[in-house]
Design a protein around this ligand. Structure first.
Ligand code: IMP
Length: 191
């Protein structure tokens, strides 16, 4: 059993990552690790934010931990919302408001190419490692599907006709940005 802190309180993320890593991993959430305050995410890059979150947990708990940070990069918007994906429309992780803003910004745009990028930052015994996962796709012109979270109802992964909010969770995990980064993390431990 590999016991490790996953620096999140997002139930959707936890469910996804638990499903990918399987039962031999015991994941502790931030709250369970005694961290109840919001961890600052003020770095200019996805990798910087992932590392900042992991370092925050390591410095306070001394426990092995990993953190993830994700951005949605839209070509027609010059890579926005990118590192600002969580606070695109408001300051408060308002998924619905973020989606509404993205649809508004994309109105009339023919180039709808986008990608999700996740960086997972691991600190094990004080040593840092980063793992990256990317999934290419396109932005829809309206919301489709009820599953997933965040921008999922607006993102169709390459090779699919349905959004991440419409495809089965196992399928999303198999091809998603976070899934790919987490698989690299698991492979690193297996070596
Ligand atoms: P975070 O840094 O992982 O919290 O991600 C930043 C923002 O990206 C979140 O607030 C979500 O809106 C969005 N996001 C992260 N992961 C996903 C995903 O798997 N699907 C859709 N949106 C996501």
């Amino acid at each position: 059993m590999k016991k490790i802190v996953f620096a999140t309180n997002n139930a959707h993320k936890l469910q996804e990552v638990r499903a990918i890593l399987g039962p031999e991993w015991e994941l502790t959430t931030l709250r369970e690790a005694g961290i109840t305050e919001e961890i600052p995410e003020n770095e200019p890059t996805i990798e910087g934010n992932a590392l900042a979150k992991a370092r925050y947990v390591w410095e306070r708990t001394g426990l092995d931990c990993f953190a993830d940070d994700t951005g949605l990069e839209v070509d027609a918007l010059g890579g926005a919302p990118g590192v600002h994906s969580a606070r695109y429309a408001t300051d408060g992780h308002d998924f619905a408001a973020n989606r509404a803003k993205l649809l508004a910004e994309m109105e009339g745009k023919s180039d709808r190419k986008a990608r999700f990028l996740t960086v997972v930052a691991l600190i094990e015994g004080g040593v840092e490692h980063c793992f990256e996962g990317v999934v290419e796709g396109t932005i829809t012109t309206s919301e489709m599907g009820e599953g997933g979270f965040g921008y999922d109802p607006l993102f169709i992964p390459e090779g699919y006709t349905q959004t991440f909010a419409e495809i089965a969770p196992e399928e999303k995990n198999a091809i998603s940005h976070r899934g790919r980064a987490i698989v690299k993390l698991a492979e690193w431990f297996r070596q």
